[in-house]
Design a protein around this ligand. Structure first.
Ligand SMILES: [Zn+2]
Length: 440
């Protein structure tokens, strides 16, 4: 093959695809149509396998390094407009499935030769290959003898020809159980190697958190989250309306807020860890629109101001040309003395029937500071994250009587709208509701 042959063949490939696309498919017999579908899939798989060889060549000639890039994944991301996750997955497959070369230029077979051959023949998909690579990774970490590894790989490739990737995952799990009945695979080294967490923004403002937690982290997460995920008295006067998944989500948020409030996070950029929120003067005054965080999330101005009630939240109000009109972190935050006084008075979340202790509460401005409410004891009460979120939208109002906060339910919860207050017998975590009339 001359030097330009690969380039020529690649453009021939495009021509062939264009020709198939322009064929009048409606004239094909069913069997012919199925044949085209089969061949197109096989070509797709073979092209993906070719990727691995191409990426290996990029690495072998150190192209990423010469372009002053961190690695082949970054090169692919830039060149082909791929997401970092996508390019990292391709590089990973390439490292397992492409022929390798030594420092002296000798060619070595791929790490997973049977998988590489099946990929090149187009008989298994990229998802199959991912399952096999992950499984072989675990078998290597368990120091399974090499001949057994070879046999395991051949077995998985054989199964992949018959079963889809989901079923193959189950087969792989059984294989691991068989080869490792006493759980050597569950050793720390393998866990440490596979631990992972990411949080990726979606198109609609939601973020997808994905994680492989090692057993210790999972134990901590479950202990902390489940402790905080218990149902809470609803502001609608009936059962907690949240699903189990929603309660775990809210528990996770509470943990993060606690970490911020504790003030022990390492500084970044010379200032303590701070959620920085930006909004316009107009948004600030009307309380409508979307504020932005420095990580790009959009929050309603209402949510942002509620967050700004807490420590470690910085906020910036700017005018239409981007000039800064107002900024701060302290003005709305209660002092340490005030916090102690609030803990002594409310002993935890002040919402009737809520058992959350002081550590899990936030300071709520009864009259919002945006509406002139002061950061004074008689305008503050402790509320847990859950009740803080719902107190304004749930139709409840809070009045101070006898220097303690009383909660007035909306008429649809209690037609008589009798004020209630949280009752905590001294020294006991037990709570109840009291509707004794407030002192006047
Ligand atoms: Zn509460």
């Amino acid at each position: 093959m001359d030097m330009g042959a690969a380039v020529l063949a690649a453009s021939g490939l495009l021509a062939a695809v264009a020709e198939i696309a322009s064929c009048p498919l409606s004239s094909l017999a069913d069997e012919q149509l199925l044949e085209v579908v089969r061949v197109a899939e096989r070509a797709r798989r073979q092209l993906e396998a070719l990727d691995a060889t191409l990426i290996a060549e990029l690495e072998a000639r150190n192209l990423p390094g010469r372009l002053v890039l961190r690695g082949p994944a970054q090169l692919l991301s830039g060149l082909l407009n791929l997401s970092p996750t996508e390019s990292a997955a391709r590089v990973r497959q390439a490292r397992e499935l492409a022929p390798r070369s030594t420092l002296t230029g000798d060619r070595l077979p791929p790490l997973l030769p049977a998988t590489a051959a099946a990929r090149a023949a187009g008989t298994i998909t990229a998802k199959h290959a991912e399952v096999i690579i992950r499984t072989m990774d675990r078998l290597r970490a368990a120091r399974l003898p090499v001949p057994d590894q070879t046999e395991a790989e051949a077995f998985l490739v054989e199964q992949a020809r018959t079963f889809n990737a989901t079923i193959l995952t189950g087969i792989a799990r059984q294989l691991i159980d068989t080869l490792d009945p006493d759980g050597r695979l569950a050793d720390e080294q393998s866990h440490q190697h596979r631990r992972f967490l990411s949080c990726v923004p979606g198109e609609d403002g939601m973020h997808r958190l994905t994680a492989d937690l090692d057993p210790e982290t999972a134990a901590l997460a479950m202990t902390v989250l489940h402790a905080l995920a218990a149902p809470k008295p609803s502001t609608a006067g009936d059962r907690d309306e949240r699903s189990a998944g929603q309660r775990l989500h809210d528990a996770f948020r509470s943990v993060l807020k606690l970490a911020l409030r504790a003030g022990e996070l390492p500084a970044s950029g010379g200032i303590p860890a701070t959620v920085l929120i930006t909004m316009t003067a107009d948004q600030f005054e009307t309380g409508t629109g979307l504020a932005h965080t420095s990580y790009g999330q959009k929050l309603s101005v209402d949510q942002a101001l509620r967050l700004a009630d807490q420590a470690a939240i910085g906020w910036i109000v700017h005018n239409s040309t981007g000039g800064i009109l107002n900024y701060g972190t302290t003005r709305r935050t209660a002092t340490d003395k005030q916090t102690l006084a609030l803990i002594a008075r409310d002993q935890g979340c002040a919402f009737p029937g809520c058992a959350d202790p002081p550590e899990w509460t936030e300071k709520h401005h009864i009259t919002a500071w945006r509406h002139g409410g002061a950061t004074d004891l008689d305008n503050l009460c402790l509320l847990c994250d859950f009740h803080h979120d719902r107190i304004d939208t749930g139709g409840w109002s809070i009045t101070m009587a006898g220097d303690v906060p009383w909660f007035v339910p909306p008429a649809w919860v209690d037609p008589e709208q009798k004020p209630q207050r949280n009752v905590r017998p001294a020294g006991a975590p037990m709570v109840g509701r009291s509707t004794d009339p407030p002192p006047t």
